[in-house]
Design a protein around this ligand. Structure first.
Ligand code: PMP
Length: 404
């Protein structure tokens, strides 16, 4: 993947920023889109745009077929058992809000417990806090050790017969820690709890199989896996989704409506009120096919190689401190430069053509745990090369020379 013709499939990468060739290392926030994804969206509007599920006319049928066939592609990509287990949302945030509301209505009562971790994105904290307030339930938090690993003893202490749900990031967007979700699922299930995995940072970087891992719920956003913004997925086991009430209401999600009584549609439509993002799903399908063509194992290996190169290179820079050195890590490096505010570093790096993210990465609790307010984060994707990492390292050294 480390070659020019591969990169040329991503038109946006071929540009100058402040008169320097762009090095894009903000993939944890969002990834760039290959031409096939852009084409899938354009082709939809150019050829078959029409509302789905409602029309008998030609275009509506083509649009509905393309939409439902794309849902099947998502199902196969995730290793789900049924297409009806793939609920389309706006993204990870909406998936978790849907789950917190609907699972909460069906399964959470006063005194019940929900477990999350210290390393979560706010999207996997706040919906649970609000649910706990509504239901007088209790939110408990697994601790993270100094290296960024989940503290297993802390988890075992929290897990009781009152635990109804464990909601954990597959990969931390801040520390890059890959959490041992299989082990978590096994322990939670033994205690009678369900598990939700926030896959926002994992789905583009490693193979996922929801059936094999036996996870109950899994959420992700298309835009972090080379697909479009504004669409994502909540996977849920059919038996659980069937017991959960609708989240939003309106067209599409109903069966019969009268002023006396409304009955609801079957899965997945029960959770998909209103006109869905059809071109978005076709863009996501194109992104999935693009990833499948490369092979998820190949992607994982290539990114691991690049990550090791980056750690070696950045570790040699004086005054650079890396946050998050978990035993199992993805291609995310959070760091600070001694004596330099992350915002200033990010601004100079940008002037040198290198796009990184600075700040708290929507994960204030883990920042507080490490006693900092933010970091500089370089997060890699399949189009990044060792030359990009060299440019990052040179730019960091230049930043230090300019600011210290
Ligand atoms: N969870 C994690 C781990 C994330 O990294 C993000 C995005 N930074 C989200 C949830 C929220 O994703 P989105 O903004 O696409 O809904």
């Amino acid at each position: 993947m480390d070659n020019q013709s591969f990169r040329s499939q991503f038109p946006i990468l071929n540009q100058m920023v402040h008169n320097k060739p762009l090095v894009y290392l903000d993939n944890g926030a969002t990834t760039q889109k290959p031409q096939c994804v852009i084409d899938a969206i354009t082709n939809y509007y150019t050829t078959i745009n029409s509302n789905v599920h409602r029309g008998v006319h030609h275009l509506s049928q083509l649009s509905t077929d393309a939409f439902e066939s794309a849902r099947k592609t998502v199902k196969e990509f995730l290793g789900a058992t049924h297409s009806c287990e793939i609920i389309l949302t706006k993204g990870t945030t909406e998936s978790i809000n849907l789950l917190a509301y609907s699972f909460g209505e069906a399964f959470i009562g006063e005194g019940d417990e929900i477990i999350t971790t210290e390393m979560e994105h706010h999207a996997n904290i706040v919906p649970w806090q609000l649910l706990c307030e509504r239901k007088k339930a209790i939110l408990k938090v697994i601790e993270v050790d100094a290296k960024g690993n989940l503290d297993w003893t802390s988890f075992e202490k929290l897990l009781t017969s009152k635990t109804k749900l464990v909601s954990v990031a597959h990969i931390s967007n801040t520390l890059g820690t890959i959490n041992p979700i299989e082990r978590i699922i096994e322990s939670a299930h033994k205690a009678g709890a369900k598990v939700h995995v926030d896959g926002a940072q994992s789905v583009a970087h490693m193979p996922i199989n929801v059936a094999n891992s036996d996870v109950d719920f899994f959420s992700f956003s298309a835009h972090k896996m080379y697909g479009p913004m504004g669409i994502g997925v909540l996977y849920g086991k059919e038996s659980l989704l069937n017991q959960m009430p609708p989240y939003q209401s309106g067209g599409e999600m109903i069966d019969q409506v009268s002023f006396e009584k409304t009955t609801f549609n079957t899965l997945p439509f029960k959770f998909e009120a209103g006109t869905p993002d059809v071109p978005g799903l076709l863009g996501l399908e194109a992104a999935i096919k693009f990833l499948q063509n490369l092979g998820m194992e190949n992607i994982k290996d290539a990114e691991e190689d690049l990550f090791n190169y980056a750690v070696e290179k950045l570790s040699k820079i004086d005054g650079l401190e890396i946050f998050g050195e978990a035993d199992n890590k993805a291609s995310v490096i959070s760091f600070l430069l001694q004596g330099i505010h992350p915002f200033d570093a990010g601004t100079i790096l940008d002037q040198l053509g290198v796009a990184v993210r600075t700040g708290n990465h929507c994960a204030q609790p883990i920042m507080a745990k490490f006693g900092i307010t933010g970091t500089i984060r370089a997060s890699m994707a399949i189009y990044n090369t060792k030359a990009d990492i060299d440019r990052l390292a040179e730019a960091i050294i230049k930043t230090q020379t300019m600011l210290l």
